[in-house]
Structures are given as structure tokens and as C-alpha cells.
Design a protein around this ligand. Structure first.
Ligand code: PAF
Length: 281
């Protein structure tokens, strides 16, 4: 595996390649990321993983500074997974001049769900992802379903800007107790770590009730949020949406997603479960 840190090195490494598969990451890789690399390998070659903690997508007071940076260990994992190229630029390489041109996702996506609690976040994500797409020029790019709203934003970016890139979605990988794998799980203290799977359990309870025929979506989400609060979580939202549009689920929706974001102490966790109303989730 080749590790490159500059745009010039990246362009040289990719010269003449037409079927590149890109896996954008912020590093601190876990098995979930590795499964995205494996998915990428099925869809293109060479496989490029980017590692870049993107300041544009962090708000003031968020965890940009403390976000774990573990490049050497990440490179080992990527090499083991059969990744061909890792692109790990620093901030000055990605943003040699202030990034005053930015991508603004539609309000309905940018200011909803996580966007309502993290102003500017999805603009930061869309802007860096568009830059990565321009730098790598992949034929396919892989994103995890764990960041379900982000996936929706990227699909819309590709659609509205006619980018010739297929977006593949990787399933969320979970720890044995159900907690979705996330780099931010490393922030959890031992008691918080024990409590963390509750978010997933509450989302699963909402999904199960809907699949059993319950149609008061708001009441179900409110009840899940209340139970989380009672257990000491600070809840940003629990919401049930149409999985295709991410708009409010209606009785006509056939594929739904229940999404949640909540804090345990100073750690914000997100999770979601998408499911069909007929057949298995
Ligand atoms: O999902 C992430 O890790 C980031 O949001 C991404 C897509 C790499 C953009 O910085």
C-alpha cells in the first residue's frame, strides 16, 4: 500500500486509473471502516482511503482538537484490508487558501436532524467530499449507513451536480452488545460504555412497534426519547423518517428509518435502523 500526503503525490499515484473506489474517512479506523474498504474492493480498483479530520465540519466547541489521530495504526489496518493507496493530507494541503467557496446542501437536509444541532456540519461534509471527489476522481465512493443523513446529503450532492460517481452504502457494524461502531466510542468512560447500547435498543423498540402495526410515529419517538432522558441521556432527537427521502414517514412509506442522536456525558452518539414494512428489517 502506498501512503501519499500531497495532492501532487496523489495525482501521480492515480495517473491513468479509471475505476478507482474511494473510501473517505477521518481515520481512527475500526472494523466498520474496514468493511467499507472491503465493499470498495468489490466495486473498483485501485481502492483509495482518505484520512482527513476535516475542520470545516466541526462547529465551535466540538471535538475537532480531541478527535483521535492514529495514522500509523490506521495505515496498518488499511494495508491488511488490501487498500491500495491511503491519502492523508494535512489541513494546509486540503485548504491551502481559506475555503470560501463551499457547498450548501438544501435546507431541508442541512438544517434537519443532526444539522439542526450542528449548524454548518453538512456544508463542511459536502464541501470536503466534493474536494475529495475532484482530487481522486473515483468511479465509486463508499459511505457507511451509520451516518445515514450524511449518506443522503452525498447522494443528493452527486445527483444535483451530475457527478459520475456511484455511491455505495456499507452496513453499520456493531459491537457484541449492539453499540454501533464509531471512533467516538473511545470517548466513553466505563459506566457510559455500559449504558451506550441503550440508544440502539430504543431505536430497535421503535422499529419493532412500527413493524407490529403501531402508526403513531411521534408518540413512539417521544417515548423512546423520554426513556433515554430518564436514564440520564441528553437527547438531541429520536425521529422516524422515510428511508429514501429522509422526510417525515407517511403511511405510504414502505422503507423507514428511525434515527437518534443523544449525549452520554460529553460524548454525542448517533445511530439509526432502516427497515422495511414487509419482510425482515
Ligand atoms: O464520515 C466521515 O468520516 C466524514 O464525515 C467524511 C465523509 C470522511 C467527510 O469528512
Amino acid at each position: 500500500m502506498q501512503a501519499v500526503h500531497t495532492v501532487a503525490e496523489l495525482r501521480t499515484a492515480l495517473a491513468g486509473q479509471a475505476g478507482t473506489a474511494l473510501v473517505p474517512t477521518m481515520g481512527n479506523l475500526h472494523a466498520g471502516h474496514i468493511s467499507l474498504v472491503e465493499l470498495a474492493k468489490r466495486h473498483g480498483s485501485p481502492v483509495v482511503a482518505s484520512i482527513f479530520v476535516n475542520p470545516l465540519q466541526f462547529g465551535p466547541g466540538e471535538d475537532f482538537e480531541r478527535y483521535p489521530r492514529t495514522l500509523a495504526a490506521d495505515c496498518e489496518k488499511l494495508a491488511g484490508a488490501g487498500c491500495d493507496i491511503v491519502f492523508a493530507p494535512d489541513v494546509a494541503e486540503m485548504y491551502p487558501v481559506p475555503q470560501t467557496f463551499t457547498v450548501q446542501p438544501p435546507d431541508s437536509l442541512a438544517n434537519d436532524l443532526c444539522g439542526a444541532f450542528r449548524p454548518g456540519h453538512f456544508s463542511g461534509v459536502a464541501t470536503v467530499v466534493l474536494k475529495l471527489f475532484n482530487l481522486v476522481q473515483p468511479r465509486v465512493a463508499v459511505f457507511g449507513k451509520k451516518d445515514f443523513q450524511q449518506l443522503r446529503v452525498i447522494r443528493e450532492l452527486v445527483r444535483q451536480f451530475n457527478l459520475p460517481i456511484d455511491i455505495e452504502a456499507g452496513e453499520t457494524l456493531r459491537e457484541a452488545d449492539g453499540l454501533a461502531m464509531s471512533s467516538r466510542n473511545a470517548y466513553l468512560g466505563a459506566p457510559e460504555r455500559l449504558q451506550a447500547p441503550m440508544l440502539q435498543r430504543e431505536l430497535a423498540a421503535v422499529a419493532a412497534a412500527v413493524r407490529a402495526g403501531e402508526r403513531d410515529f411521534e408518540a413512539l419517538c417521544d417515548a423512546a426519547g423520554r426513556r433515554l432522558k430518564m436514564a440520564g441521556w441528553r437527547v438531541d432527537y429520536v425521529a422516524l423518517r422515510d428511508a429514501e427521502t429522509l422526510l417525515a414517514a407517511t403511511r405510504a412509506s414502505t422503507r423507514l428509518v428511525v434515527l437518534g442522536a443523544a449525549w452520554l456525558g460529553s460524548t454525542r452518539l448517533i445511530d439509526n435502523l432502516d427497515f422495511g414494512l414487509d419482510g425482515p428489517a
